[in-house]
Design a protein around this ligand. Structure first.
Ligand code: CAA
Ligand code: NAD
Length: 291
């Protein structure tokens, strides 16, 4: 495997592209338009600069990584990739449409992977003629830092392809865990109800935004409180995930709290939007919102 195609250069796609290029793969990232591409590539460049400043990456290595990275708005440019890592918005129809097109563009051997948080991989794979060469590769935010990757096997994934993806995840510097194609896999099955419950606690006046976050940080040793983590993941993404998980399990704990829906309707999508449970006008000093 030499060349990787990444779909989407948002929070996750930019991080995934960074770790692929760092691991020595020629990496081409595809976005829908030049504006989104520039925004994502700028985020990636800032992450590399930070690593150089902190002495974690040499200037020569940074230049080599930059040489392995390219951006495009055309799916055609992904035709000779050996593996495709999809990280576009959490929407089944969009993912199916994109994979359907790529199935016609890419060589038959190319392996397709989705970074979906909650969608069913087999459903996406059916938009292609290669369900046997289709798996899930679920990374965590921020991708350059979080050590885990969930490698997801569907009932149709060829065992040899699956093994290749476990090895690939390991080559990217991650610890690979094996998960079946069950909605939310391992981490989100456990994490999402917790995050949604934090919003319900806020709605019910159990505590303030700061007190809920401090409780889980200082009382349980979490690196971030749940409302800070929700802003970090993206409230739009969490809202899509909750709808998909509720649809699958029909359990109240996966249902989107009304406040989450209203914040997404208002465009308060968290840190990436400058506003969520906190106001990020000064990103170094987030201020809790008053509702
Ligand atoms: N890119 C690269 N490096 C980054 C980074 C980024 N975006 N953000 C932080 N870092 C690095 C920093 O440079 C720093 O490195 P050193 O220790 O070598 O100096 C290190 O990470 C720690 O960063 P900070 O000191 O700035 O801040 P911190 O100690 O608060 O850590 C954090 C930041 C790693 C994000 C930490 O708060 C954390 O682990 N938060 C929880 C994240 C989490 O739970 N992610 C999973 C989300 S769920 C998901 O992803 C799945 C899904 O489907 C929704
Ligand atoms: P994001 O909103 O930051 O980025 C999504 C990007 O996809 C946007 O830049 C958008 O322009 C682009 N896009 C939309 N349609 C596209 C298309 N047809 N082709 C190419 N690009 C397209 O979202 P994100 O947080 O990076 O999430 C991306 C995926 O990763 C989702 O499936 C999400 O569930 C999953 N995920 C997110 C997190 C997280 O913490 N945010 C963690 C793990 C997995």
């Amino acid at each position: 495997m030499k060349k990787v195609g990444v779909l989407g250069c948002g929070l996750m796609g930019s991080g995934i592209a960074e770790v692929c290029a760092k691991a020595g793969y020629a990496t081409v990232v595809r976005e829908v338009d030049e504006g989104f591409l520039k925004k994502g590539m700028d985020r990636l460049a800032r992450s590399l600069s930070k690593a150089v400043e902190k002495g974690k990456l040499s200037a020569e290595d940074r230049a080599a990584i930059g040489g392995r990275l390219s951006g495009t708005t055309s799916l055609e440019e992904l035709k000779d990739c050996d593996v495709i890592l999809e990280a576009i918005v959490e929407n089944l129809d969009l993912k199916k449409e994109t994979f359907g097109t790529l199935d016609r563009v890419c060589k038959p051997e190319t392996i397709f992977c989705s970074n979906t948080s909650s969608l069913t991989i087999i459903e996406m794979s059916m938009a292609t003629k290669r369900p046997d060469r289709f798996a899930g590769l679920h990374f965590f935010n921020p991708v350059p830092v979080m050590r885990l990757v969930e490698v997801v096997k569907t009932i149709a994934t060829d065992p040899a392809v699956y093994q290749e993806m476990v090895a690939f995840g390991t080559k990217l510097g991650k610890i690979a865990v094996r998960a079946n194609d069950s909605t939310g896999f391992i981490v989100n099955r456990l994490l999402v109800p917790y995050l949604l419950d934090a919003i319900r606690a806020l709605e019910q006046g159990v505590g303030s935004i700061e007190d809920i976050d401090n409780s889980m940080k200082l009382g349980c040793g979490h690196p971030m409180g749940p409302l800070t983590l929700l802003d970090f993941v993206g409230l739009d993404t969490t809202y899509f995930i909750s709808q998909i998980m509720f649809d699958e399990f029909k359990e109240q704990r996966f249902a989107a709290p009304p406040l989450l829906k209203r914040m997404v309707l208002a465009g308060w999508n968290g840190r990436k939007a400058g506003r969520g449970f906190y106001d990020y006008s000064d990103p170094q000093k987030p201020v809790p919102q008053k509702f």
